[in-house]
Design a protein around this ligand. Structure first.
Ligand code: NDP
Ligand code: 8X3
Length: 254
């Protein structure tokens, strides 16, 4: 990729965790960046830092707000408007409750952000990719999209939906010059569990205690590997776990 014209990547959920690590790695490789998220101060801070390495534009929108998604992406300055790489990463779990006790607000958040948000952003970006017959979409799924674990119910359903959409996009875009693939991580230490447990940092920290979880940089590395394969190679579906993790419920903790 270093010897080809500079590519433009749009990353949702760039203010934290996997998205932020990916933005940092892409900047190190001088990709032009469109960084998206709701927390403007974090976007500003990251943009300021990464603009020492590359051109950066920020977009502040909630992926649940379909009008704002389309307005924001249509507002991109010409230099940033041809998106070559879309990293559909924004998402979170909200709550960890048995289905009978689940909060409707948590359910709405997960389905609206993880599934519908991914759809809105993709719908806004796809016409340009189709017109240029070129593009690469990476959907960040999860092992929760491959198996269901106790109390994971709706989060797992949202990530199973991402798995289905990843397949559906690849099928429908076949022949249009666009690569589509998913990366499905197991447990990665980010702000994910803090969000899931609504700011309970002690409970969140316990999720990653006693074993070596994946780091957001590990996922960024895999994303970089995926987007730097030759044009005829599409990594369709990649699942990655910590060496200490064998499934959603089997983790070798000291
Ligand atoms: P973080 O909580 O660290 O990051 C989540 C990112 O998503 C933030 O940048 C946040 O930005 C953004 N986001 C959340 N809600 C919205 C929204 N409504 N609109 C726009 N942006 C939003 O978690 P991770 O980095 O771990 O999560 C990234 C992705 O990886 C998610 O899809 C998650 O499901 C997936 N994943 C995570 C795993 C893990 O164990 N950590 C494992 C497998 C998959 P802001 O709040 O500024 O809007
Ligand atoms: C995040 C991994 O196991 O917490 O998608 O659901 S898990």
């Amino acid at each position: 990729m270093e010897n080809t014209p500079q590519k433009t990547a749009l990353i949702t959920g760039a203010t934290s965790g996997i998205g932020k690590a990916t933005a940092q790695l892409f900047a190190a490789h001088h990709l032009r960046l469109v960084l998206c998220g709701r927390r403007q101060e974090r976007l500003d801070e990251l943009a300021q830092k990464l603009s020492q390495r590359t051109e950066v534009h920020t977009l502040n929108f909630d992926v649940r707000d379909r009008n704002k998604v389309f307005e924001s992406i249509q507002s991109l300055p010409e230099a940033f408007s041809h998106i070559d790489l879309l990293i559909n990463n924004a998402g979170n779990a909200h709550g960890l409750d048995p289905i009978q006790d689940g909060s409707l607000d948590d359910w709405d958040a997960m389905m609206d952000i993880n599934v519908k948000g991914l759809l809105y952003v993709s719908k806004a970006i796809l016409p340009g990719m189709i017109a240029r017959r070129s593009g690469h979409i990476i959907n960040i799924g999860s092992t929760a999209g491959k198996e269901v674990y106790p109390n994971g119910n709706v989060y797992c359903a949202s990530k199973h939906a991402v798995d289905a959409l990843n397949q559906g996009m690849r099928i429908d875009l076949n022949g249009k010059g666009i690569r589509v693939g998913a990366i499905n991580p197991g447990m990665v230490e980010t702000e994910f569990s803090e969000v899931r447990f609504k700011g309970d940092t002690q409970r969140a920290a316990k999720v990653y205690q006693g074993f070596a979880p994946l780091r957001p940089e590990d996922i960024a590395d895999l994303i970089w590997f995926t987007v730097t394969r030759p044009p005829h190679v599409n990594i369709a579906d990649l699942t990655v776990m910590s060496t200490d993790q064998a499934s959603s419920t089997i983790v070798n903790r000291k």
